[in-house]
Design a protein around this ligand. Structure first.
Ligand SMILES: *[C@@H]1O[C@H](CO)[C@@H](O)[C@H](O)[C@H]1NC(C)=O
Length: 664
């Protein structure tokens, strides 16, 4: 540093004032020659000031050379402080300030700006405001509904989803965001764990609603379908009531008893075991989530492409709620389409896109086109991109900044890769770690639990080694848990981590921190795997398979397929005594009960399912053996949508899958 300071100092003087530099050099030279001679005051002062200035100017260069990320750390530090200040300021406002209030601020600021663009529709902020008033007024006058009652929303990605959510926010009603792919048992389960008393569904989902109608009717649930008229007893058409309703604003008093701790939305996650769980996102959490886009440099001038499902955190919290903060325009799509993606970006002048790892891979595997770089996208924000896809994406589609982050719907810690390090999910930052104390602890993947030392405490992994990410549960990093599911909530809590009696949130994610303090995602522990961007809970699939007619036991796991992100579902099953394996029946059962991403693609017929000493099903060996008919003696079947059956898996089909000729 001293050397650089002197060097910087000389360089600076030489640049800004060569005569001055020459003069000082001369003075120094004389000084050197008659060391005892007193310095003239003026020279001394100048010298000191110059050294001081030069040191300040030289420090950044030194840091940049020897600590390349320190600037980004400092900037991020600044961002964190800004976010905190803004958050605290909002929390202090009276009346209380929530996400809805931010929407109303945006509407007042630019009522005629486009808020949502969908297919050929354009909706300005004020239209969204009025439309949501109509929905709210129509619902409020519905007998049996009271402002504040929980409502379940069962609809695909369309403007009505957003309008209805705004309407319910105006009524102070928590909203359960149901996954529109789920049916029957799962649908009922999800509906029930929110304790909703009203179901609002889009007209395309009429049949799915009819399937569960008897149970809903029995519970006295109000079932509203977004259609003009519905002839099915028990389901009411809601659209014309909305059309007729007033668009007058709703009195604030309707939501006056909402506090930061009140549930705002329920988002379903297929965490580790069993049926989906409803993560409770309270008002405070939603307010915190407002910053995700804005803190990454998204502004009101940006146009954001939202094509991920609105019932998940990425689409709803990051995309929709994030845009409310920035006041950007949302381009909403029913679903992600790799082939239309860039045409849409060009058509709508999209500047910011969201992704999950699979999305980036799909985009990179589309055929190359001449206009691949012809678009205005400048930022991609999301999680789960692999390093090799990251590089390919940027080299193919141009200079797009990639902001990879890590967060979970219910978790209490998140990271953002603000330094743009390829492959990392974030970086250890002093302030961040103070605010959200997290550590990586040693994990036993075979026993599926953290390793404990002689005192029963967890052991932090050294840098460079993989460990389980756990984050201390505090007031500013709370873990709210799952609705109606204390057991699953408790499973995510980890006690006695560093001290007896402390309490951490177990993310279930294995991470690694490298020498430069970058954090890398390694794996997810336990009984979940990801396929097509969705979490598949193996126990849920297993439960469904074993209620089929002929199957006795089912051990579900994910296997890797070349050229595909994540793992595809496979089931090792045993058949009931005196029953036969019936591919058609199992196919029908699976299609009825499971969304397509969760259906086991391969079935391996076994005489017995191996279990561990603690009756956990053994998966490691099965995963390893995968679905290779050359290696496995047991009969193998593959799900065949054309035949509508599970058909025997031949060596030929196997090699076509491995060579990429059959896409799964
Ligand atoms: C996109 O930008 C171009 C040029 O800036 C402009 O002419 C066009 O109208 C814009 N399209 C949309 C849909 O805003």
């Amino acid at each position: 540093a001293l050397f650089s300071a002197c060097f910087g100092f000389s360089l600076l003087l030489a640049i800004i004032s060569p005569p001055l530099w020459a003069n000082i050099f001369h003075e120094l030279h004389i000084l050197w020659r008659k060391r005892s001679a007193p310095l003239r005051d003026i020279t001394m002062e100048m010298l000191l000031i110059s050294i001081f200035l030069a040191t300040i100017l030289a420090v950044p260069f030194v840091l940049r050379t020897f600590f390349p990320y320190v600037w980004m750390d400092v900037l991020y530090f600044g961002d964190l402080v800004r976010i905190l200040v803004r958050f605290v300021e909002r929390r202090r406002r009276r009346p209380l300030f929530f996400v809805l209030d931010r929407f109303l601020e945006q509407t007042a600021a630019h009522p005629d700006k486009n808020f949502i663009v969908f297919e050929n529709e354009r909706h300005t902020f004020s239209e969204a405001d009025r439309r949501s008033n109509q929905i709210a007024n129509a619902l409020q006058s519905h007998p049996g509904y009271e402002a504040g009652d929980t409502v379940a929303l069962f609809t695909g990605n369309e403007p009505a989803f957003m309008f209805t959510w705004l309407a319910l926010a105006k009524l102070g009603s928590p909203v359960a965001l149901l996954n529109h792919n789920i049916r029957t048992k799962s649908l009922l389960h999800c509906f029930n764990c929110s304790k909703a008393t009203v179901l609002i569904a889009s007209s395309e989902l009429k049949e799915a609603v009819e399937d569960v109608l008897p149970s809903l009717t029995e519970q006295g649930v109000i079932v509203l379908l977004m259609t003009k008229h519905c002839d099915k007893p028990g389901i009411e058409g809601f659209s014309d009531k909305v059309e007729e309703a007033s668009d007058a604003p709703l009195p604030r008093s309707l939501r006056s008893n909402i506090t930061p701790k009140s549930p705002a939305v329920y988002i379903y996650t297929s965490g580790t075991t069993g049926l989906p769980k409803a993560a409770v996102i309270n008002q405070n959490r939603l307010l915190t989530a407002l910053v995700v886009l804005s803190s990454n440099g998204v502004t009101s001038k940006d146009v954001i492409f939202v094509n991920l499902p609105l019932y998940h955190t990425a689409g709803f919290v990051i995309g929709f709620i994030g845009s409310i903060e920035t006041g950007s325009t949302i381009i909403l799509k029913r679903k992600f389409s790799a082939s239309q993606f860039w045409d849409d970006c060009r058509k709508y002048n999209v500047t910011v896109v969201q992704y999950i790892g699979e999305v980036m891979r799909y985009l990179c595997s589309t055929p190359k086109r001449d206009n691949d770089k012809d678009h205005k996208v400048r930022l991609a924000i999301g999680n789960g991109i692999r390093a090799e896809i990251w590089r390919e994406f940027v080299s193919r589609f141009g200079n797009i900044q990639i902001r990879e982050f890590y967060a979970s719907t219910e978790g209490n810690v998140g990271f953002i890769n603000y330094a743009g390090k390829v492959g990392a999910i974030g970086r250890v930052n002093f302030l961040h770690r103070k605010l959200f104390p997290y550590i990586l602890v040693k994990y036993d993947t075979e026993r599926d639990e953290p390793i404990r030392d002689a005192d029963g405490l967890c052991v932090e992994v050294p840098k460079g080694e993989t460990g389980l990410l756990v984050s201390k549960i505090t007031d500013i990093a709370p873990f709210v848990g799952y609705a109606q599911n204390e057991e699953q909530t408790e499973r995510k809590r980890l006690r006695n981590v560093l001290k007896k009696g402390d309490l951490y949130f177990n993310t279930g994610d294995l991470m690694r921190i490298d020498d430069e303090n970058f954090i890398y995602f390694q794996d997810r522990v336990g009984d979940t795997f990801r396929w097509k961007g969705e979490n598949v809970a193996t126990t849920e699939v297993s439960d469904i398979l074993t209620i089929s007619e002929c199957l006795k036991e089912a051990n579900i796991y994910g296997v890797q397929v070349p050229g595909h992100e994540g793992r595809i579902g496979m089931a090792a099953v045993t058949v009931k005594r005196e029953a036969q394996f019936d591919g058609k029946k199992i196919y029908n059962h699976v299609v009825n009960y499971l969304p397509s991403y969760a259906r086991p693609r391969f079935i391996r017929l076994q005489n017995a399912v191996e279990v561990t000493g603690t009756f956990k099903q053994m998966k490691v060996k099965l995963v390893e053996e995968s679905f290779d008919p050359g290696r496995i003696q047991d009969p193998l079947y593959i799900l065949d949508d054309k035949e509508k059956s599970y058909v025997p898996l031949t060596a030929q089909v196997y090699s076509s899958i491995m060579s990429g000729n059959i896409k799964l």
